[in-house]
Unconditional design. Structure first.
Length: 393
């Protein structure tokens, strides 16, 4: 009996991995992020889908947690502490505009659907945060890393990531239903942790890097994974998000160690993160999507416009031309991993209605597709508009 269950679990897990590989290949062929396809794959094989994968639930749950840790660890590795501080100073005004324009639609929709304060706080994060992973991939694929507007885009992304370091503990407190004082205590712990890590990274980053670094790839990988999981677990134990702990560790690792760690961990990140997106799809009943599809489309329309407005305004302040402003705006449209992380926390806590997961999934699907498409076609669209204006004048 045990052998039969093990065999069935291996077959199901193998089918999941192979299926994800096929979906990733399809996404690469059509030039889009694989995240929407992973979510769709989860919908097909989850609750209410065509086939339910019951034998591998425990593994996928644990693997998805590791996926979140690796996503945030590698996001932290992309930034050094000086870059974060500089980005914060440079982009704070655009960051505030970003929060107001893009968190507000999520709050209004959640309140309109009767999800209360808890649903409003969670949905605000879902609609606010852009996908750093998708944005970075699009910029690289389209050869725009050296463009004048790109530092503006990256500064806004850095600001969003820092906001998340404070937002996630607040969200965790709200989802847990703790009182105001307990929530402020969790926020204070998170902010203190961010401050300490930034100070350590600025002054003693080389020592943190030396602890995890190794010339042997196997030892290096074990140290990285071990330290990431230890820090994430410790952060979770003190009621600070494990994701924030992993992000802070990534910031503390610097220079060549961070570069080598990124190259080493990227394949693992992609594997476990794919399982995380699949898990979110697995937990969402496809039958719950049609009732919220209209709201998801409305949110996608409004926040696409508000993200474009944010990027346009920030790039204009930086002296970019109209085409650069348009590129900056469309680059920020894509939503992905962080939005699903936030929604996943809310759903796992049982503090939001079932429709929340359906709305978040549908919204992220739309935005993850719209973002790369908008970025790819903004240049020919702007060129056509400018030609028509020139012809009229």
């Amino acid at each position: 009996m045990v052998a039969h269950e093990t065999a069935l679990a291996l077959i199901q897990l193998g089918a999941v991995f192979f299926g994800l590989g096929l979906l990733g290949r399809i996404a690469a062929r059509i030039g889009m992020s694989p995240i929407p396809l992973y979510l769709i794959g989860g919908l097909v094989f989850g609750t209410g889908g065509l086939v339910e994968l019951r034998q591998v639930d425990d593994f996928i749950h644990l693997a998805s947690e590791i996926g979140v840790v690796l996503l945030l660890l590698l996001l932290g590795l992309e930034y050094s502490a000086p870059e974060l501080v500089t980005g914060m100073r440079r982009s704070w005004a655009a960051g505030v505009v970003d929060i107001v324009l893009n968190a507000t639609p999520g709050v209004l929709v959640a309140l309109g659907l009767g999800w209360g304060f808890t649903g409003a706080i969670a949905m605000a994060g879902v609609t606010y945060i852009s996908s750093s992973g998708i944005v970075a991939k699009v910029l690289n694929d389209l050869g725009r890393l050296g463009n004048r507007e790109t530092p503006v885009i990256l500064s806004i992304l850095v600001f969003e990531d820092l906001v998340m370091a404070g937002y996630l503990p607040v969200l965790t407190a709200v989802l847990a239903g703790v009182g105001f004082l307990a929530g402020m205590k969790m926020l204070a712990i998170a902010l203190a942790a961010v401050t300490v890590v930034l100070i350590v990274a600025l002054r003693y980053g080389r020592y943190v890097s030396a602890i995890v670094d190794s010339a042997d790839r196997e030892i290096f990988l074990l140290k990285l994974l071990g330290s990431a999981l230890l820090v994430a677990g410790a952060a979770s134990a003190v009621q600070v998000s494990a994701a924030v702990g992993a992000f802070l560790l990534g910031i503390a690792i610097s220079d060549s160690t961070a570069h080598n760690a990124t190259k080493l961990l990227e394949p693992l990140r992609d594997l476990f993160a794919a399982l995380f997106f699949v898990l979110f799809g697995l937990s969402t009943d496809p039958a719950s999507i049609p009732p919220v599809l209209g709201w998801a489309c409305l949110l996608a329309l409004v926040t696409t416009a508000s993200k474009i407005a944010t990027g346009w305004w920030a790039a204009k302040r930086a002296g970019a031309g109209r085409l650069g402003r348009a590129r900056a705006g469309t680059a920020l449209v894509a939503h992905g991993e962080f939005s699903i992380v936030i929604a996943g926390l809310a759903v796992a806590a049982g503090a939001v209605p079932d429709e929340f997961a359906a709305l978040a999934t549908t919204y992220v699907l739309l935005m993850a597709v719209l973002g790369p498409i908008a970025s790819r076609f903004v240049e020919p669209a702007m060129a056509l508009v400018l030609r028509r204006r020139a012809a009229v004048s």
